[in-house]
Design a protein. Structure first.
Length: 303
């Protein structure tokens, strides 16, 4: 394989959310769905999202981020992946503040002195036809949808919204790990109510300022963490009066469980997510085929 065929990439994670950050700057091609599927099939490179960094398209932005799920489909938003991109570029450039363009819009992000990263995820969308849903609901803070027997449903009445991608938040009153989300997740993700499928999250309110969550992610399945789902849960909790607008999310699937801080900012309704990112290893990959090689640097680097 000629060196011109390959690009640098980093295997990273955000609270266990498995991320591949692929450097596509200076190129006109894209990471193909076939390459994504091949990379996900290898245990070394199995991932939840690929964050492909492309040259900026819009004035005032630092890069365009193309996002792929592990099944090769496109994703509009990935908060945990965005934090990984910030850490990668901060390591490369020494900068701390970045502005990215995605198909879902503009994201601003900053790396703090303690290594945590804040991402402005934009404003939530509540209108049924913009989420989108297949049926009209005046109030999307609670819609008619359930799993299980009609008279004793296992999950019911989710809050639905979009954080650049569709989300359904099911409120539960016991440990989110006690539900068989691996069985219910695919049914709900592909429910006719969601014409573009949806991310399915179980959320347990633990205090006026905290939630536990677990997510089945659209196009990726059961994930250790999902940043946009954490934002959706926090906003939905505040919207339904379960919490205030500033909460911590305990991502129960992560090992150990991880914490994200979410603020639904009152002055402009923007959702600010703060949390860590972690570099694991780097290598090179053919973005057309997914054939990769792993490097063993003396010290951690991102790209």
């Amino acid at each position: 394989m000629a060196m011109t065929d390959v690009v640098e990439f980093a295997k990273m994670n955000g609270l266990g959310n498995k991320i591949l950050v692929v450097d596509m700057r200076g190129r006109r091609d894209r990471v193909t769905p076939e390459a994504a599927i091949a990379l996900n099939a290898d245990p070394l490179t199995r991932f939840d999202q690929i964050m492909a960094i492309h040259d900026a398209k819009a004035e005032g932005t630092d890069a365009f981020i193309d996002i792929l799920n592990s099944d090769g489909t496109k994703a509009q938003a990935c908060g945990n992946g965005t934090r990984c991109v910030v850490q990668a570029l901060a390591s490369e450039t020494g900068r701390k503040v970045f502005t990215f363009q995605t198909v879902a819009g503009i994201l601003n992000a900053v790396e703090h002195e303690d290594g945590t990263i804040s991402v402005d995820m934009g404003t939530p969308v509540f209108e049924w036809n913009r989420i989108p849903l297949s049926e009209e609901f005046y109030d999307t803070s609670r819609i008619e949808l359930q799993i299980g027997p009609i008279d004793d449903p296992i999950l019911h009445s989710p809050s639905v919204m979009s954080m650049g991608n569709p989300h359904a938040i099911f409120w539960v009153d016991r440990d989110v790990m006690s539900f068989d989300l691996e069985r219910f997740g695919p049914l709900l993700e592909n429910h006719p109510m969601f014409p573009e499928r949806a991310n399915i999250t179980l959320a347990q309110v633990t205090s006026a300022t905290s939630l536990n969550t677990r997510t089945w992610e659209r196009g990726a399945g059961l994930t250790l963490a999902c940043g946009s789902a954490a934002c959706a849960a926090a906003v939905s909790a505040a919207r339904t009066g379960r919490t205030g607008r500033d909460v911590t999310i305990r991502v129960a699937s992560a090992t150990p469980p991880g914490i994200l801080s979410i603020e639904w900012r009152e002055r402009d309704d923007h959702v600010i997510m703060t949390g860590p990112a972690e570099w694991e290893w780097s290598g090179t990959v053919d973005p057309q085929t997914g054939v990769f090689s792993r490097e063993e640097p003396a010290e951690a680097r991102a790209l």
